[in-house]
Design a protein around this ligand. Structure first.
Ligand SMILES: [Zn+2]
Length: 94
């Protein structure tokens, strides 16, 4: 399936990666809210710390989504592109 973006059409493999990153972000949002709510209601410090962990995962998976989007852009003629380098490093964080 092709996905339309601001850059135009991307291939099925890229569309699948982007959907996976978005699904991961959505799952982290649900887990964060559920664990923080359960932690607040029960007073369980373990659940609250798990909720904080999932809140960080929201940022990590969102970063992954933007890294995939950057990686889909065509390569330019520069030998070293600092912007691309930063995005590539960010994809290795998880
Ligand atoms: Zn995690």
């Amino acid at each position: 399936m092709l996905l339309m973006t601001e850059e135009g059409k991307i291939d099925a493999s890229s569309a699948r990666k982007r959907r996976a990153a978005l699904a991961s972000t959505a799952a982290s949002v649900v887990l964060t809210l559920a664990k923080l709510a359960a932690g607040a209601l029960s007073g369980s410090l373990a659940l609250i710390s798990e909720g904080a962990h999932n809140a960080l995962d929201i940022g990590v998976s969102a970063l992954t989504y933007f890294a995939i989007r950057e990686a889909d852009k065509p390569a330019d003629e520069n030998i070293f592109n600092p912007r691309l380098w930063i995005w590539r490093q960010s994809a290795k964080i998880r």
